[in-house]
Design a protein around this ligand. Structure first.
Ligand SMILES: [Zn+2]
Length: 276
């Protein structure tokens, strides 16, 4: 049913390559990607996460906030936005019918305004947290990114299971198997997104983990990414519990290809896999 493109919709270059990427020197800039999915289905395009949008690059201080812009140091490359890549594939913004978001952090929701007609699917608790942010969350959620009033579709955890995890059918009324997988902890309503493709399942884990070696036994994470995850988390226990579940899923289910949002090596591997 589905053709899936693995897109990089943002290039983040904070200082501290050694601490972020586990290689190079600490004084060099690191590189984190914004791994998004574009899914071609029988009923239009589905986008999983949006990365940074056109307006984020045009007005970074207003849209991202001074501190986040300085800390994340995104490259100003409009050709990386989801809308630019979708147009380069011969589609238009209107072809994107549904957007599924792992969460509403500014590096995941920035492209929403480039697709004003799309229905935006998200866990209800994430939406609530973003609309009335706590003191801890005030910097990460950026109201200008949804000031165009998206058509929200809010989902709640039911009793369905997928590979031992909770799951929610994101787009009811279609044959597509695209599931929200609640993986709370990084944010209040953070979810992974599972997609059934012709060659097995994909699980986009969003920011449930940040580095590929966190999914191995023994788990390892470069020190800077580890600190970043701790600073950003809203529930440490839930985040670590979900990481453990994902680690076991990764080891036990060969038919599931797991990746997170910001690891450039995982992005490269996913693109190579899709091209085979
Ligand atoms: Zn992120």
């Amino acid at each position: 049913m589905t053709k899936v493109h693995h897109l990089n919709c943002g290039s983040l270059c904070p200082f501290g390559r050694l601490w972020l990427n586990g290689e190079g020197h600490w004084s060099e800039r690191g590189h984190l990607c914004c791994h998004c999915l574009l899914i071609e289905t029988d009923h239009g395009l589905v986008l999983v996460d949006t990365g940074l949008g056109r307006d984020d690059l045009r007005q970074p201080y207003t849209r991202l906030g001074f501190l986040s812009y300085w800390a994340l140091a995104p490259e100003n490359r409009p050709e990386l936005t989801a809308i630019a890549q979708i147009e380069a594939l011969g589609f238009s913004a209107k072809d994107v019918r549904h957007i599924l978001l792992t969460h509403l952090d500014l590096d995941h929701a920035g492209g929403l305004a480039d697709f004003p007609d799309a229905e935006v699917h998200i866990h209800r608790s994430e939406w609530k947290a973003a609309m009335q942010p706590s003191l801890h969350d005030r910097g990460r959620y950026r109201a200008p990114q949804w000031s165009h009033r998206p058509r929200w579709s809010l989902h709640e955890t039911g009793g369905d299971q997928w590979r031992g995890l909770q799951s929610i059918q994101a787009i009811p009324g279609t044959d597509d198997q695209i599931l929200l997988i609640p993986l709370h902890g990084h944010t209040q309503g953070h979810c992974g997104i599972a997609v059934n493709t012709d060659s097995g399942w994909l699980l986009h884990a969003g920011d449930a983990y940040f580095h590929r070696e966190e999914m191995q036994f023994p788990a390892h994470c470069p020190v800077g990414l580890n600190v970043l995850q701790r600073l950003m988390q809203t529930d440490a226990q839930a985040r670590l519990h979900n990481q453990a579940l994902l680690r076991y899923l990764n080891a036990q289910h060969d038919d599931v290809h797991l990746f997170c949002a910001h690891d450039p090596i995982e992005l490269q591997q996913s693109q190579q896999r899709a091209a085979r």
